[in-house]
Design a protein around this ligand. Structure first.
Ligand code: ZN
Length: 339
């Protein structure tokens, strides 16, 4: 008798499980996809039915094949409504390049029972081709320059961030890996303020003197340290001393960014002199070299930034500068200015 009750209980449970599984058939589940090597991070909808899977797989294939190798981040979000005979689905696909964000909207009606897409429409939202988080609009027809800061972070970097924040402008920070420890909060703030983060190697050695293995290690250590803090890889590479050769170019999976205006701040530690040097040479499309670890550099910004703004310059990140000047950056390519 007891055995019979047990069998009935088990059968009932089994039926409930079957009903549950059947019910799930049309449900959209949320899957996470993380491919750190290709810099792709996706929370995407998943149908037990394969329509959307196939659609997304086709979309993702080129990213996975070629790699997403200069620090792009792909992010997919969605909104859907289940109607009697179909599902209306909107996919929001964001692609992040440094501080730029481009949004694609893929709207479709899906007949889930028959596994077909009934209607499909894709819109690239051009209005979002700027820093969507900061709601900042850059006018590509107005002059712009990129301030870049090497060798940090240290205690002085916070001062630099204060000043950039005060004037509502952006800069690009080429992080030195050996300075990351105990300065994690500063890097976090950098990212929150929409600054671009680049890789300036781990230990500031002359790369031309290192083996391929050592160079790759120098890059990777910084990548991992930065990723642990801000969930993003550095978008650009600046070799220590700005020194590179053909071999080094071939090793880099991201653009190499140097400069065309050198403030020599490390040499003079004289804020007025640093400021004068920038204002004397500055031109549309320039990439300006500074070091965020010095107080004189911070002080010079209090002179330079208001002057540049007064002269109509927009202060943007390196990726923004090249993007708005229509320069397509490549892995291993070298960029010193955008004019
Ligand atoms: Zn340096």
């Amino acid at each position: 008798m007891k055995k019979n009750i047990f069998i009935i209980l088990i059968s009932t449970l089994f039926i409930f499980v079957l009903i549950y599984l059947y019910d799930r058939k049309e449900e959209i589940l949320n899957l996470e996809y993380r491919d750190y090597q290709n810099h792709i991070s996706i929370d995407y909808p998943y149908f037990n039915n394969s329509v959307i899977d196939n659609y997304l797989n086709d979309y993702l294939e080129p990213f996975l094949k070629q790699g997403n190798d200069w620090g792009d981040l792909l992010f997919i979000d969605y909104d859907y409504e289940k109607l009697e005979d179909k599902i209306e689905l909107i996919l929001y696909i964001y692609q992040e390049k440094g501080s730029l964000v481009q949004k694609e909207i893929h709207q479709m009606d899906i007949d889930v029972d028959n596994g077909v897409i009934l209607e499909q429409d894709t819109v690239v939202d051009a209005s979002l081709e700027y820093d969507a988080y900061q709601q900042r609009i850059i006018d590509k027809d107005k002059p712009m320059v990129a301030l870049t800061f090497d060798d940090g972070p240290n205690h002085n970097t916070s001062r630099i961030l204060d000043i950039l924040e005060k004037y509502g402008v952006k800069g690009t920070f080429f992080i030195l890996g050996c300075n990351v420890e105990s300065n994690e909060k500063i890097i976090e703030r950098m990212s929150q303020l929409g600054m671009e983060i680049g890789n300036h190697m781990y230990s500031h050695k002359l790369l031309t003197k290192l083996s391929n293995e050592k160079i790759t290690e120098e890059v990777k250590k910084v990548d991992d340290l930065v990723f642990d803090i801000v969930d993003k890889y550095p978008t650009l590479i600046r070799p220590s001393y700005g020194t590179f050769n053909k071999r080094i170019k071939g090793l880099m999976d991201r653009p190499i960014v140097i400069w065309n205006v050198d403030t020599l701040d490390w040499k003079y530690h004289n804020s007025k002199r640093i400021a004068a040097r920038v204002m004397k040479d500055v031109d549309d499309g320039d990439i300006i070299l500074m070091h965020d670890i010095y107080r004189a550099t911070a002080n010079s910004l209090e002179i330079v930034i208001p002057k540049l703004l007064e002269e109509g310059y927009q202060l943007v990140t390196v990726s923004e500068l090249l993007y708005y000047k229509g320069i397509e950056m490549e892995a291993g390519g070298v960029y010193s200015h955008a004019s």
